[in-house]
Design a protein around this ligand. Structure first.
Ligand code: CDP
Length: 563
């Protein structure tokens, strides 16, 4: 197995099993063996040959064509093998509920999972508290408790856990929520406003919009929808937060509305979930599927099938830290198969990221993965039965027996793309040369495809590499042919519209959602941000996150960190 030095370091720090002295007791080869063999244990439940599947899983992951999300790599085979990356927990308007969820969240965070919470049921700041005769502190105050607790728990954990805080756009404390990241770092939270269709209609009509007390259901006051929207734009422009989730769009594709409404996503936004639901993700490395200038769809189909089975098996051998989550996840059996290495794949095919051929290919590839994973899930249903909440689900109405309520999600793949040495998720390259510090070691990463092409085409030189180190892009380099410059456009050279179109092309064939940061240049204006949010809604995206280069960033966990 060939790993880059950076991958070896990441594996050693976070993934390899260690003894009590903190020394690794396995190598990367043994890690993949441990993961494959542990997941394949699930086959025994269905009276299948676990060795046969262990070998298939091992071949798939050790070739770096597919990797499951980090908790699966870290925890498989441990006594508390928690394998899922994504969770959502409920918060009701009582001290009991808030602190039960805080405890559950602590256990999830400790296991390497990230949790989303919707704080909208909490009565607004200043509202009455009957039991004490006092006044309520409001959702934002409680978020701060969750943030502080995360700070302390993560000090003992293997990876920085993340949270998503959501507030509905009609909550009376919405302005305080939107502004919070401009005032406080709240560094363990990404935040998102859950925007409704009726809000967007009010915005388009320049109408007033009612803010409602969730406790009394009464309208507290009416404000111009534009005032709320402008506040979102202002904060996002300044800090990258909040993002927006289009909650009605999300619920229109909720596969199990009879089980509940979706009110939040996981921390990076790619996984809408019901309260107490979890999801295990895994990503195919598309850079490994280019053969003779084309995508090898035959091999892809074969691997989608194996990966779908891997993720379904993972549910049965996961140790759930919270019993309610086990019940919900085993009821819907959601899995999220996606891709990484998209920018690499396009370079290998010679297609610029912002060319219409890239958008068409995105749709074709994702439609293919979606169809084949649905087919694999149907075959699993024949073998193992449909997911327990199938009756009453959207799948039942369509007459399609499924083992999993969803099968596809596009994750950021922040760490697993480093392990697989590919570009992350569906993002374009952020820079073609950059430095990354991992603990005490500094790594220099220069795009490997660019080096190869530069050598082949004869523009490789010491001077070329030095210029690249300085700029990180090919802009202004006379010796580089225009065709190559187009092929290696970086995130900030791609227009926001083009970023959104790519996200939309993938979303069209993704059951869950798509993780994507719309990277913007520093000089992007607030009007542009407003336009981008509206375009995202009109394109049917489930959510949007922007990041303006050079703006203040409170949260450390953003996709662009991974580039
Ligand atoms: O590459 P890796 O499997 O480590 O994770 P990712 O694809 O970057 O992120 C997938 C999900 O894992 C995120 O949306 C979070 O739910 C969770 N996560 C987290 O809780 N804490 C982190 N530091 C990274 C990811």
């Amino acid at each position: 197995m060939i790993f880059t030095d950076r991958a070896k370091t990441v594996l050693e720090i976070r993934y390899l099993l260690k003894n009590e002295k903190g020394e690794p007791i396995e190598n990367p080869e043994q890690l993949f063996q441990r993961v494959s063999s542990y997941i394949a244990q699930a086959e025994k439940i269905y009276k299948k040959n676990s060795f046969e599947w262990e070998e298939k899983f091992h071949e798939l992951i050790s070739s770096l064509r597919f990797l499951p999300n980090s908790p699966a790599l870290m925890n498989a085979g441990k006594p508390k093998a928690q394998l899922a990356a994504c969770f959502v927990l409920p918060i009701e308007d009582s001290i009991e509920s808030i602190f039960k969820t805080l405890k559950d969240a602590a256990l999830i965070l400790q296991s390497g999972g990230g949790t989303g919470f919707n704080f909208s049921s909490l009565r607004p700041k200043g509202d009455v508290v009957r039991s004490t005769g006092g006044v309520a502190s409001g959702p934002v105050s409680f978020m701060k408790i969750f943030d502080k607790a995360s700070d302390i728990i993560k000090q003992g954990g293997a990876r920085r856990g993340a949270n998503m805080g959501v507030l509905r756009v009609d909550h009376p404390d919405i302005f305080e929520f939107i502004r919070i990241k401009r005032i406080e770092s709240l560094s363990n939270f990404n935040i998102s406003v859950a925007v409704t269709d009726s809000f967007m209609e009010a915005l388009f009509k320049n109408d007033y919009f009612p803010l409602i007390n969730p406790r009394t259901k009464e309208v507290v006051r009416k404000v111009k929808a534009k005032d709320i929207f402008d506040e979102i734009v202002e904060s996002a422009w300044e800090t990258g937060d909040p993002g927006v989730i289009f909650i009605d769009t999300i619920n229109r594709s909720n596969p199990t509305p009879h089980i509940g409404q979706i009110d939040s996503t996981n921390p990076c936004g790619e996984q809408p979930l019901l309260p107490y639901e979890a999801c295990i993700l895994g990503s195919l490395n598309l850079s490994k599927y280019v053969k003779e200038g084309k995508i090898d769809f035959e091999r892809l189909e074969h691997d989608v099938k194996t990966a779908t089975r891997f993720l379904d098996d993972a549910i049965d051998v996961t140790h759930y830290p919270v019993p309610e989550v086990e019940k919900m996840h085993k009821g819907n059996r959601k899995i999220g198969l996606g891709i990484m290495g998209w920018a690499d794949c396009l370079v290998e095919l010679g297609i610029p990221y912002n060319h219409k051929k890239a958008l068409a290919l995105a749709e074709q590839v994702m439609q293919f993965i979606s169809e084949k994973s649905h087919k694999a899930s149907q075959e699993l249903a024949q073998e193992r039965g449909v997911f327990p909440n199938f009756k009453g689900s959207v799948w039942e109405k369509k007459g399609i027996p499924m083992r999993n309520a969803t099968t596809t999600t596009i994750a950021p793949t922040g760490t697993i793309s480093i392990i697989a040495d590919c570009s992350s998720g569906i993002e374009p390259y952020f820079l073609l040369a950059y430095k990354q510090r991992i603990l005490d070691t500094e790594f220099e990463i220069i795009n490997k495809y660019l080096i190869e092409i530069a050598q082949k085409q004869g523009f490789y030189s010491e001077d070329f590499i030095n210029q690249l180190r300085q700029k990180g892009t090919l802009r202004g380099m006379k010796e580089v042919p225009l065709r190559i410059k187009r092929l290696f456009k970086t995130a900030l050279e791609i227009t926001p519209e083009e970023h959104i179109q790519m996200q939309a092309s993938f979303q069209k064939y993704t059951d869950n959602a798509v993780s994507k940061t719309i990277n913007l240049s520093q000089r992007t204006r607030k009007e542009d941000v407003a336009r981008i949010f509206i375009l995202a809604y009109k394109k049917g995206l489930k959510g949007i996150t922007i990041f303006r280069y050079g703006s203040k960033r409170g949260t450390l966990l953003k996709i662009s960190d991974a580039h």
